[in-house]
Design a protein around this ligand. Structure first.
Ligand SMILES: CC(C)(COP(=O)(O)OP(=O)(O)OC[C@H]1O[C@@H](n2cnc3c(N)ncnc32)[C@H](O)[C@@H]1OP(=O)(O)O)[C@@H](O)C(=O)NCCC(=O)NCCS
Length: 200
C-alpha cells in the first residue's frame, strides 16, 4: 500500500490513522466533478472511460438514478463508482443485473482504502435493492478480495474471451441470486463499446 498522505486532521480517523470518506449518491451538481475524478484516476486512458460514463448517463435503459456514488473528503469528491443496468441471458429469461464500472479514485488518494469502501458501498446498496448480481471486468487481485469471484466457473461465460484476460470477468452473487440465474452477459451500448462486448 502506498504511504498515506495527510489530508488534514478533520479527515483522519483517530484509530485507523487514515482518511475517512463520506460516500453518498451523486448529486445533480456533481456531474462535472465526477467526470474530473474519473479523468484524473484513469489518466492517459481517461478519454474512452469518460466517454463511456457520459454515454451511460444518456442511456435510459442502463442509467438507474441513485446508483452513482461519490466519495468525499472534506466535501471534495475524491472517488466515484457507478452501477448501471446490464442483463444476463439465462435459460429461463433475460434477468436484470448490474455492471460495476467505472471505479475511480484520484491519484493523490489512491491506496487509502477509498476504492475498497466504494466497492463495499455499491455492493451493499445493490443487495438492499434486491439485485441478484453485479458483474465487472477488472483486476482479480483487487476485486477478488472485495466480494467478487471469477464469473466463468460460476456459469457466466466470458462475453469476450479474446479481449478480456482470463479471470478478469467477475461476478458478485448477492443474496437474491438464484441458482438458475446464470448465462451470457448483455451489456448496454456504452459499456459494450469500451469493452467490445455483446450489446442490446
Ligand atoms: C483501482 C482503484 C480504484 C483502487 O482504489 P484505491 O482507493 O487506490 O484502493 P484501496 O486503497 O481501497 O485498495 C488498495 C488495493 O488496490 C490495489 N490497486 C491499486 N491500484 C490498482 C490498479 N490500478 N489495478 C489493480 N489494483 C490496484 C492495490 O494493490 C491494493 O490491493 P490489496 O489491498 O488488495 O493488496 C484506484 O487505484 C484507481 O482509481 N485506479 C485507476 C483507475 C482504475 O484502474 N480503476 C479500476 C478499473 S477496473
Amino acid at each position: 500500500m502506498t504511504p498515506i498522505r495527510d489530508p488534514g486532521p478533520s479527515a483522519q480517523h483517530p484509530a485507523l490513522g487514515r482518511p475517512v470518506v463520506a460516500i453518498d449518491v451523486e448529486r445533480a451538481d456533481d456531474v462535472d466533478a465526477v467526470r474530473d475524478v474519473v479523468a484524473r484516476a484513469f489518466g492517459p486512458d481517461a478519454d474512452e472511460v469518460v466517454e463511456m460514463l457520459d454515454g451511460l448517463r444518456a442511456t435510459a435503459e442502463a442509467w438507474i438514478p441513485g446508483l452513482s456514488f461519490v466519495a468525499r473528503l472534506d466535501d471534495q469528491p475524491v472517488g466515484h463508482v457507478l452501477l448501471t443496468r446490464c442483463w444476463i441471458e439465462t435459460s429461463r429469461r433475460r434477468v436484470d443485473a448490474l455492471m460495476l464500472t467505472p471505479l475511480s479514485v484520484v491519484p493523490e488518494h489512491q491506496g487509502q482504502g477509498i476504492g475498497t469502501a466504494l466497492v463495499a458501498h455499491a455492493l451493499a446498496v445493490a443487495t438492499a435493492g434486491g439485485w441478484p448480481l453485479v458483474v465487472l471486468e477488472g483486476s482479480p487481485h483487487f476485486y477478488g478480495r472485495r466480494g467478487f469471484a471469477a464469473a466463468e466457473p460460476l456459469g457466466f461465460p466470458s462475453p469476450s474471451p479474446e479481449h478480456i484476460p482470463a479471470g478478469a470477468y467477475q461476478v458478485a452473487l448477492l443474496p437474491d441470486h438464484e441458482p438458475w440465474m446464470t448465462g451470457t452477459l448483455v451489456s448496454s451500448p456504452p459499456v459494450a463499446a469500451l469493452n467490445d462486448l455483446p450489446r442490446f
